[in-house]
Every structure is written in structure tokens, then in C-alpha cells.
Design a protein around this ligand. Structure first.
Ligand code: ADP
Length: 252
């Protein structure tokens, strides 16, 4: 009877833990659908307004305004494309179909190029971006597009998850055969427990700051998977006294 009771207890607790897991998955899926709906709703509404404006009698003969509104449509279109691409890429990663085109990449040049592209966005929030590219071995064997995506995603998050003016620092250093790229911010930061979860698929911190920011919870999951495909490592720590610091380590 003791064995029988034990079997029942084990079966019961395993069923219970499966139930909890299923519930968590269902919640994650619902959150994801809500986020995605929100992600698409805003650009669709903007495009619709821009098209209405283009059809306006006053606008139709004004070349500058036509340029302005069509530029807006293009930008929103790009944004939606990026989201779709993220989802497709996550599916490819899942099916292990991610193809890398390895070539020699100048990490410093790529970082400088991305920094130029995001500078305006940072300045609009009255923030600053500092580069300290001190590594002496900065040539990598990597897929340039995927490598850029990792760096871009980390900087984009540093901007997104900072309430006030973002102070973002990017530094590189050579550690033996490795190139370490550090991206730190003065943002909302995260607890130790959260640090171990943010690379999970669809994971988003349940704080108000995150809820108010658009996202899919796929960015860091993809960064981690792409880094793993390059035999690289990505981790997060506190950026004392405030914010987060991401470190990506590549073989150089
Ligand atoms: P998304 O930004 O689309 O939600 P990510 O996978 O890029 O998804 O990030 C997962 C979560 O990790 C975010 O929702 C956010 O809560 C947290 N996070 C990511 N980067 C930072 C950062 N630099 N500072 C604070 N929190 C962050």
C-alpha cells in the first residue's frame, strides 16, 4: 500500500506540474498574441491616416507633403517587416534552418555603422552614446547580417528600456583569443532571477515599464541562438549603479 500511495503521489504531482506548465505556455501565447496585435495595430493605423492624408485635396498638389507621408508609410512598412522577419527567424532557429554566411567581419566598423544609425534616436531622448573600441583584434569570422542584428538588438533594447535620457556605452576588448563586446545602459535594469530568464523565447519582464514598451520577447532569444551558432556567448549582468550590461564574446 505504501508503494501504491507513492505511485499515486508521483502521478498526481507530475500531472499538476504539467498543468502549471501548460497554463504558463498558454499565458505566454496570449501575451505574445496581444503584443503582436499591438505591434501591427499602430503601424496599420498610421499607414491608414497617411493614405487618407495623401488623398486630401490640399496635400495632393504639395510635393513636400507627399514625400513626407509616403516616407511615413515606408517607415511603418519597414517596422512591420522587421517584426515578421523576427518571427520567421525564430521559426527557422527552432527548425535549425538558420544558415550562416561566414566571412571576415570588421567588428569595429560594423559597430560604428550601427552607432551612426541609432544616434538620432538616442539624441531625441536627450541621451548619449559613447564608443570605446579598444580591442586590438577586432576581425571576426561571422555572418555580417546576423552579427549586426545582435548588436542592433542590444542597443535598441538599451534605448527602449531606459525611462530617462539613455547613457549607452559600447566598448570592446581583446581577451586572449576572444573579442568581448560590452553594451551598457543606465536603464530600468533587472533582478538576478530575471537575468537568467530573459534569453528564453517570448520572455518579457512583467514590469509596467516593459508592458508600456512594444516588443515580442523574441529579440534576446534570437541573439542567444545566433551567438550559439557562431560559437559565441552572450550574457547579462548589472551595470552598477544603474541599468544592465550585456557582454558578447566572439572567437577572434
Ligand atoms: P522585447 O524587447 O521584444 O520584449 P527581448 O527578447 O529583446 O524582447 O527582451 C526580453 C525582455 O528583457 C524585455 O521585454 C525586457 O523586459 C528585458 N530587457 C531586455 N533588454 C533590457 C535592458 N537593456 N534593460 C532592461 N530590461 C531589458
Amino acid at each position: 500500500s505504501i508503494i501504491f500511495t507513492l505511485i499515486i503521489i508521483i502521478a498526481y504531482s507530475s500531472a499538476l506540474s504539467q498543468l502549471i506548465r501548460q497554463r504558463q505556455i498558454s499565458e505566454i501565447k496570449t501575451d505574445f498574441i496581444n503584443n503582436m496585435t499591438h505591434e501591427f495595430k499602430t503601424p496599420l493605423a498610421t499607414i491608414s491616416l497617411a493614405v487618407d492624408a495623401l488623398n486630401n485635396e490640399k496635400v495632393i498638389h504639395d510635393i513636400e507633403k507627399i514625400k513626407y507621408y509616403s516616407g511615413m508609410i515606408k517607415e511603418e512598412n519597414k517596422r512591420m517587416n522587421k517584426q515578421v522577419e523576427k518571427i520567421l527567424q525564430a521559426a527557422r532557429v527552432e527548425r535549425q534552418e538558420l544558415k550562416l554566411i561566414l566571412q571576415e567581419v570588421d567588428a569595429h566598423e560594423t559597430i560604428e555603422h550601427i552607432a551612426e544609425n541609432v544616434l538620432l534616436q538616442i539624441q531625441q531622448k536627450q541621451g548619449s552614446l559613447t564608443l570605446d573600441l579598444a580591442a586590438h583584434n577586432f576581425k571576426l569570422k561571422a555572418d555580417e547580417v546576423h552579427f549586426s542584428n545582435i548588436i542592433f538588438n542590444l542597443i535598441d533594447n538599451a534605448i527602449k528600456y531606459t525611462n530617462d535620457a539613455p547613457t549607452i556605452k559600447i566598448s570592446t576588448s581583446t581577451l586572449g583569443h576572444f573579442l568581448a563586446i560590452k553594451i551598457s545602459d543606465n536603464g530600468i535594469g533587472m533582478s538576478k532571477e530575471t537575468q537568467s530568464r530573459i534569453f528564453e523565447k517570448f520572455y518579457r519582464i512583467g514590469s509596467e515599464a516593459t508592458r508600456n514598451t512594444k516588443g515580442t520577447g523574441l529579440g534576446l532569444y534570437l541573439c542567444k541562438k545566433i551567438a550559439q551558432n557562431h560559437n559565441a556567448n552572450i550574457s547579462v549582468t548589472d551595470n552598477k549603479p544603474q541599468g544592465s550590461k550585456f557582454v558578447v564574446t566572439f572567437n577572434s
